[in-house]
Design a protein around this ligand. Sequence first.
Ligand code: UDP
Length: 327
Amino acid sequence: MGRFLVTGGAGYIGSHTAKMLAKTGHEVLVYDNLSRGHRDLVKWGHLVEADIRDTTTLREAMRWFRPEAVIHFAAFAYVGESVTNPHMYYDNNVGGTLSILKAMTDAKVSNLIVSSTCATYGQPDRMPITEDTPQAPINPYGRSKLMMEHVCRDFDHAHGIRHMALRYFNACGCDPDGETGERHDPEPHLIPRALMAAAGEIDALDIFGSDYPTPDGTCIRDYIHVNDLATAHIAGALYLMDGGASDAVNLGTGHGASVKDVLDAAGRVAGKPVPHRMSPRRPGDPAELVAAVAKARRVLNWQAGNSDLDQVISSAWNWYVKDRGRT
Ligand code: UDP
């Protein structure tokens, strides 16, 4: 039984993690400015509605709640947006993390689980990607996340705040109970867009590139269910609370699926083929990103257990149908 302050707990991965924490007997305080999160998805713990760059409010929340660990999700995560508006990304992602670390230093909270990403690796040519692959991000989003990792290391050195940086591959799927899920506006991600096409909300799914050097010509990604990510965050927090040293691990399944594999699975789940068309490559998309998973198993004693593609997509479909019927 622990107390966890969850920044971004009204968002996609944050709300699933808040639920998982509450279900396993922990206390949760969600800290979210609701700029991208949703008030109705804060169901597991109280909400402090404030910005992570507001160090004073953060510090007060920490002094009052006395968390054993902070789980930090609050960040912007769209590659395209980061290219057109880098200020937003460095200010919120890097500045926000600095503010959290300052508040933690002042409030004497010493364990931080922080969301990082496979985008910090850029376009590596060796698969699967191990954690010691050079980090060479190719867009401001990836660079902002790499800077967050550096900032965390410096605060460990200076102030003894230990962290676990979790480098996610492709987060997907939704709570199988339908109590929370993915709600982005606009929605850029493959699986929700495939379901939108299956349901007729958009006329077709654009396949961004079919001439990649992959077996079927479409990009390969490592799709990991959001609840697997949630359990990894809890494992990371318990690791730090047990005295574990700062570290960084990949969170993926170790298996790749192509865009066409995803469309086939979405068609099986929806019971009809997904309308689609071939479109040009999306700038900045590497051909293949697949996680090496041995370190997560070794350090966190964690591995993905809920990430079978058909199961992932059925949980996303279940949520899509429910959430579209909301109003
Ligand atoms: N993708 C696609 N059509 C879409 C959205 C995505 O073909 O409408 C492809 C995209 O090029 C990438 C993969 O699906 O290869 C996953 O994209 P997503 O945006 O879901 O996640 P990302 O890999 O960018 O984090």
